[in-house]
Design a protein around this ligand. Structure first.
Ligand code: CAP
Ligand code: MG
Length: 432
């Protein structure tokens, strides 16, 4: 008797997703000798409640909640997952389901999770951003005429002593930086212990605020083991900080949810660094899109997230960066070839952060692409300025102000020697 292929039960082109289904868009490349349907059946099966064998234990009430691949367009496939398959409020379980074993299946040459459409019943289980874009501008910066917030990461990224790091920060804040950010791998090393850094950084932050009359804030990197992160977040709060920063992918989704809850209690905004994402997002044929990572981060509730620059040193196409910008700032997302619709309901917008190889000459491009309600971050683009950190900060700030006033940088440089020096040194060159 020929065995029935159990995988075929997970394909139903007549299926219409219900309003409570999670819908996932995959890009599927079958392995040699595998048809598209055989590959897709395996994806829908293994990511819901099937396996390779026809099960004697399968009953109708179990079969009823299986996933169904219902839409096929070339390599693009949509799979609908009944909400019963998920534990509401748990990102780890969502990813273990729809982005788990399937990436290792021999039936696939490549598989990429492009996007997922999350129903209200699922998104209602999450807080989303505590401050969000409006809260950052209105509550933290109290900025009436919104312009890009200028951020700086002291470079070299690690190795400086606490004093050296804090001195760079002080000069950057005095030069016009709004947000000082620890680098993604600066946490608590022997040369710059977390507690020592917090003590000096907040002292210099307060000094710079008094000197400049401007709000200055600090994205303190608390990335660490989870209990230690909660301890460090309290230290930031005790010093009167407004933010903590975490590397969302290296701390993991469960820890991010815990930190987000703690930030609610402490009233701290959450800056999301995405180090490690490119290990699985940059390959357009296999892995998971940064769009999906950013959606889940918005859902959990980060207030700011890195989305790329197009013109800087790190990979990210114009389409990818613009899609990310829309997904982070709009409440309703329309369908496109590799983007699903999404209604964000009560989940607030997130501030897009453009960073990675930026210097003053590249600021107009970034602002034209992403608008004025963003964070523009420069590390080397400030500390590499020929006249030093203070001048580097003033040059970046001048580039932002010039672009806000729609004045070409060269003209504006006539009244900003620091911007003139930056343009002479870097011009408008893209970095890599
Ligand atoms: C930028 C940066 C950021 C990257 C992260 C770095 O420094 O501090 O971590 O922007 O990439 O370490 O490279 P520079 P993304 O300004 O000196 O390049 O923003 O794409 O997540
Ligand atoms: Mg960095």
């Amino acid at each position: 008797m020929k065995m029935k292929d159990p995988y075929m039960d997970f394909i139903d082109t007549k299926y219409k997703p219900s309003s409570t289904d999670v819908v996932v868009l995959f890009r599927v490349e079958p392995a040699k000798g595998m048809s598209m349907k055989e590959a897709i059946g395996r994806v829908a099966s293994e990511s819901s409640n099937g396996t390779w064998a026809e099960l004697t234990t399968l009953k109708e009430h179990i079969r009823k909640i299986r996933a169904r691949a219902f839409y096929f367009n070339g390599n693009y496939v949509k799979v609908a997952y009944p909400i019963e398959l998920f534990e509401l409020g748990s990102i780890p379980q969502l990813i273990s389901s729809v982005a788990g074993n399937i990436f290792g299946m021999k039936a696939l040459k490549n598989l990429r999770l492009e996007d997922m459409e999350l129903p209200k019943v699922y998104t209602d289980a999450f807080k989303g951003p505590q401050f969000g874009l409006d809260g950052v501008y209105d509550k933290i910066f109290k900025m009436k005429k919104r312009r890009p917030l200028l951020a700086h990461v002291p470079k070299p990224k690690v190795g400086m002593t606490t004093e050296e790091h804090a001195n760079v920060a002080k000069n950057a804040w005095l030069g016009g930086v709004d947000l000082l950010k620890d680098d993604e791998n600066l946490t608590s090393q022997t040369f710059n212990r977390f507690e020592d850094r917090m003590k000096l950084m907040f002292k210099y932050r307060d000094y710079a605020e008094n000197e400049t009359g401007e709000r200055k804030s600090y994205l303190a990197n608390i990335t660490s083991e989870t209990k230690e992160m909660l301890r460090r977040a309290k230290i930031v709060k005790d010093y009167g900080g407004e933010y903590v920063m975490v590397d969302i992918l290296t701390i993991g989704w469960a820890a991010l949810q815990t930190v987000r809850d703690e930030c609610e209690d402490l009233g701290l905004a959450l800056h999301a660094h995405r180090a490690f994402h490119a290990a699985f997002t940059r390959n357009e044929r296999h892995g998971m899109s940064m769009l999906t990572v950013a959606k889940l981060a918005r859902l959990v509730g980060v207030d700011q997230i890195h989305i790329g620059t197009v013109v800087g040193k790190l990979k990210g196409s114009k389409k990818e960066v613009v899609d990310l910008d829309h997904e982070m700032t709009l409440q309703n997302i329309g369908e496109a070839k590799d983007v699903l619709t999404e209604n964000w309901y009560k989940i607030k917008p997130v501030v897009p952060v453009s960073s990675g190889g930026l210097h003053p000459g590249l600021v107009p491009y970034v602002m034209k692409l992403l608008g004025n309600e963003i964070v523009v971050q420069a590390g080397g683009g400030i500390d590499g300025h020929p006249d030093g950190v203070y001048a580097g900060a003033r040059a970046m700030r001048a580039a932002i102000e010039a672009t806000m006033e729609k004045v070409p940088l060269e003209s504006y440089a006539e009244k900003s020697k620091e911007l003139a020096a930056a343009l002479k040194y870097w011009g408008y060159s893209k970095t890599k």
